[in-house]
Each structure stands twice: as structure tokens, then as C-alpha cells.
Write a protein that binds this ligand. Structure first.
Ligand code: C5P
Ligand code: C5P
Length: 457
């Protein structure tokens, strides 16, 4: 299929959407990460412009139980989720469902009352859910172009920024986003010493979480404070940046020059130019701390939400650094081609996905290694996050789905980043089972390395 087909799909779905929602009360349900929150913010503001009655729920994960609890006589709009839940949606006998999502989906499973915008059904274009929601809402009303910057934040949140396709370029232009080449450490709009100390992506050994290490690195790079203050990253000269990159590579040889330099996206929010990565991180921090309402308020540029978001983010960054340190130094189950970090209650369930991604991007693991992070959710469940190291590896969504055939629980994701939720009673059995799968897979992968279509992990 050609890329125009996504455009056609959007057009047809928007037409049907506008017709079906007339006089109805609709319920929008979105995911709590930055892609989901920005999707929700775009949709909410577009529906308001339409004078459409709606309610909004932000959820951590979509369970069968939740789907079955939804009111049957409302129109449901799922954003950034539900592609993997079509069976439950069918069984729940909902009146009408719209899904705007980019997760893996089986085309043959689509129930009759469900309309879906998902690039996986077209040419598999890489675009975030916020990008899709934006394109959808722009077709509702051209004035919704003003929300393009939120779509860019969602795109950054899903790290799709490295392979900006035609679709995303259009959104950047709509949002008058400033794009600059620079060191891919955020926030580029803050003093470089602070940015380095809290750098978790990438981790810089001896520097991340270590203010003395930061000073040493800066000294080595020939960067000095002026009037007691270091420059912002975005203001470094080309030469200063190159020296800094060299010093970082010396400490993290796994990172290549091309991995560290890339596009920085600056968006105007609250009247100030900010690094889109930082905005995305802030949204994630609030949501993962149980305050998606603050994330959403922040996207709607509410000043109270801004203050709250900043204080939550500061605390979150500290917890994240502690989580990474635990993942690096705590007990691990290591096998050929895999590492299982069962953090139990040492890392929050809302942070294990991020920690697993960071570990997968850190030095020390061979390409193709599978990182499995596990942590207790504070109740009777365990959150599992799987990530591939490097650009090659097995399909983790498939791997977890196979393992989960023996257990009760939700599973979903992408080729190189997938997750599931299991019962605490199944902890040991799950670990044994996943080890078996990983070991069998290694033999197969050893013979025919399967290239990953996901370029960024
Ligand atoms: O939760 P985590 O960050 O590990 O998830 C990785 C990917 O898998 C994300 O895209 C997430 O939305 C997806 N996922 C899912 N269903 C789950 C758990 C994770 O679709 N039950
Ligand atoms: O999409 P999910 O929340 O819902 O995505 C979050 C994680 O999935 C991130 O770690 C991101 O890098 C990864 N991802 C991916 N391939 C995609 C989209 C997201 O590996 N196509």
C-alpha cells in the first residue's frame, strides 16, 4: 500500500467520526506516557472546539477488565492503545469504537463496530500516536494545526525522532518547530553541568549522578563556567560541542559520534523555547508518579500544572538515577544473550520500562542482548519490560506473547520494546519459562540473526 492510503484512511475515519459523534457523549481513553498524554491533549482541545461533549480517562495499561467495565452506550475513542485488545473489545459489545494507535495489530481481527487509524495497516509508516491524532484532528478543523507542537513532543516521547519521515516533517513544519543539530542530551536549554549530572540517556559512566565526575569531564573538554554559570548545551559552539562529545565517547565507547549528535527540537510552551525531550520527560515523570492530570494540565499550558510538574520531575529524576544504579549493581540473572533484572520492590513498576531502555542503551551489553526488567506494582502484580540492545534482535512482542500463553495477563508492544503484566504468584515460574524461551531463541538467532525493523533501540 502507498503512503497516501494512511491519508485516505484518516479522511474516511474522520468523516465517519464526525457523523457518528453528533449528539453523543463520547469517552476518550488514552495511555499515560508522553505519546498518550499529548494525543489526549490534542483530541480534548479539538473536541472542545467542536463543542462536543466528552470525558477523558488516562490509564497506565489497558486490561480486559477495564474494557468490559466501559459503558456500552457510549462512543469510545482509544488513543495510543487498544490495537492489541481487539478480542476484548469485541467481547465487551461496545456501541462504537474508534482507535488511533501505532502498535502492532492483526488486520484480520478488526471487529465490525471498530474503526482504526493505525499505520501498521497501511505502509507501516513510523509515526507516533500523537502524530496520528494530530493528523486526524487537523482533518476535523484546520485550526487544530496549533497543536502540532504537542504532536512533536509525542514523537520525541516514542523516540521516533531519529527517523523522521515525510509525515513527521509535515508536522514539524506545521508547528514551526526549531530544529538544531546538537548533542542529544536534554534539556539542551539548561546549563550543561546539570544536564550531564542527570543524563540517563545516554548514561555516562562516572558522570551520570556524580557532580565531581561532571566537573572533571567539563574540565577535560575545556569548558569553563562564565560568571559562575556554565553555558546551555544549545548555546555551545561547534568546537565546544565536539570536544564534549569526544570526552563522553571516552567514557562510553559504545556510543558513536553519530549516536550522540542529532536533531534537537525546540518548541514554544508557556511562552518560552524549550527542549521537546525535556517536555516529554516531564510528562512521563508526572504520569509515572500517578499524576497524569498534571501531565495533561501541563500540555494545556496551565500554570499550576507547570509548577507541580516541575517539582514532580525533579524528584523523579533522582529516583530514576537511583533505579539505574540499582539495575547496574543489584542481583541479575544472566544467561547467553539475555539479562533478567528482577528488581522486585527496589524499582517502581512505573519506572522499570524506562530503566530497562536506559540499561539497553548503556555500555557493557552486546548487541542483540535481551534485557528483561521486572518490578512489583505495589499490589499483586509484576510489571515486566523487555528491551533489545542495539538494532538487531528478536521480536520481543512475539517472545513475550509466546511466554504469556502459559500465564494470565496483558502483553503488547513493538519489535524491540514490549511489556507484560503478570501475577505475583507466577514470579518464579515466569522467570523459568522466559529463560527457556530465551535460550531456545538464542540457538535459532545464532544461526540466522534477524534484523530489527525498529531502528532506535
Ligand atoms: O511498559 P513498557 O514500557 O515495557 O512497554 C513497552 C511497549 O509495550 C510500549 O509500547 C507499551 O505500550 C507496550 N505494552 C503493551 N501492553 C502491555 C505492556 C506494554 O502494549 N501490557
Ligand atoms: O509505544 P510504547 O509506549 O507505547 O512505546 C514506548 C517504548 O517503545 C519506547 O521505549 C520506544 O522507544 C519504543 N518503541 C519502539 N518502536 C516503535 C515505537 C516505540 O521500540 N515503533
Amino acid at each position: 500500500m502507498r503512503s497516501e492510503n494512511l491519508d485516505l484512511l484518516l479522511k474516511e475515519t474522520v468523516e465517519s467520526f464526525l457523523e457518528k459523534i453528533k449528539g453523543e457523549n463520547i469517552e476518550v481513553i488514552s495511555h499515560f506516557d508522553s505519546d498518550g498524554i499529548t494525543s489526549a491533549a490534542i483530541m480534548a482541545q479539538s473536541l472542545k472546539r467542536l463543542d462536543q461533549k466528552f470525558s477523558l480517562k488516562i490509564i497506565k495499561s489497558l486490561t480486559g477488565e477495564f474494557i468490559h467495565s466501559l459503558e456500552k452506550d457510549r462512543i469510545i475513542v482509544f488513543l495510543d492503545l487498544a490495537s492489541g485488545s481487539l478480542k476484548n473489545i469485541k467481547e465487551a459489545r461496545l456501541k462504537k469504537v474508534f482507535i488511533i494507535d501505532h502498535h502492532e495489530i492483526k488486520a484480520e481481527d478488526i471487529p465490525e463496530n471498530v474503526e482504526i487509524v493505525n499505520p501498521e495497516l497501511c505502509e507501516k509508516q513510523k509515526i507516533s500516536s500523537a502524530g496520528l491524532t494530530y493528523l486526524f484532528c487537523k482533518k476535523i478543523d484546520e485550526r487544530n494545526k496549533e497543536f502540532a507542537k504537542l504532536a512533536v513532543v509525542g514523537m520525541i516521547g516514542d523516540m521516533l525522532d531519529k527517523e523522521i519521515g515525510e509525515l513527521n516533517y509535515g508536522i514539524l513544519e506545521d508547528g514551526e518547530i526549531q530544529k538544531k543539530r546538537g548533542l542529544l542530551i536534554y534539556p539542551s536549554t539548561r546549563p550543561i553541568n546539570k544536564v550531564l549530572e542527570f543524563s540517563s540517556s545516554p548514561i555516562i559512566p562516572g558522570v551520570t549522578g556524580d557532580s565531581i565526575g561532571v566537573s572533571e569531564l567539563l574540565r577535560e573538554s575545556g569548558l569553563k563556567p562564565e560568571n559562575g554559570k556554565y553555558k546551555n548545551l544549545v548555546d555551545l559552539t561547534e568546537e565546544e560541542m565536539e570536544r564534549l562529545v569526544t570526552s563522553i565517547i571516552l567514557r562510553n565507547p559504545k556510543k558513536k559520534h553519530k549516536d550522540l549528535i542529532g536533531d534537537l527540537f525546540l518548541i514554544k510552551i508557556f511562552g518560552k523555547l524549550e527542549d521537546a525531550r525535556e517536555i516529554s520527560a516531564k510528562i512521563n515523570a508526572c504520569s509515572r508518579n500517578g499524576r497524569p492530570d498534571v501531565s495533561l494540565g501541563f500540555c494545556l499550558e496551565n500554570l499550576e500544572a507547570k509548577k507541580k510538574a516541575e517539582s514532580i520531575h525533579t524528584k523523579y529524576r533522582q529516583q530514576l538515577i537511583a533505579g539505574i544504579k540499582y539495575a547496574q549493581t543489584g542481583d541479575k540473572i544472566s544467561g547467553k544473550g539475555y539479562v533478567i533484572i528482577n528488581a522486585k520492590d527496589k524499582i517502581k513498576d512505573t519506572m522499570i520500562g524506562t530503566v530497562s531502555s536506559i540499561i539497553a542503551n548503556s555500555p557493557g551489553y552486546e548487541e542483540g542482548t535481551v534485557i528483561i526488567g521486572m518490578s512489583y506494582d505495589g499490589g499483586r502484580k509484576i510489571k515486566v519490560s523487555a528491551r533489545n540492545v542495539g538494532k538487531e534482535g528478536r521480536n520481543l512482542k512475539e517472545l513475550l506473547s509466546e511466554v504469556m500463553e502459559s500465564f494470565e495477563g496483558e502483553v503488547g508492544g513493538h519489535h524491540s520494546a514490549a511489556g507484560c503484566i503478570i501475577d505475583m504468584d507466577d514470579e518464579e515460574e515466569f522467570i523459568e519459562n522466559i529463560k527457556k524461551h530465551l535460550e531456545i531463541e538464542v540457538v535459532r538467532v545464532g544461526r540466522e540473526t534477524i534484523p530489527s525493523p525498529d531502528p532506535d533501540i
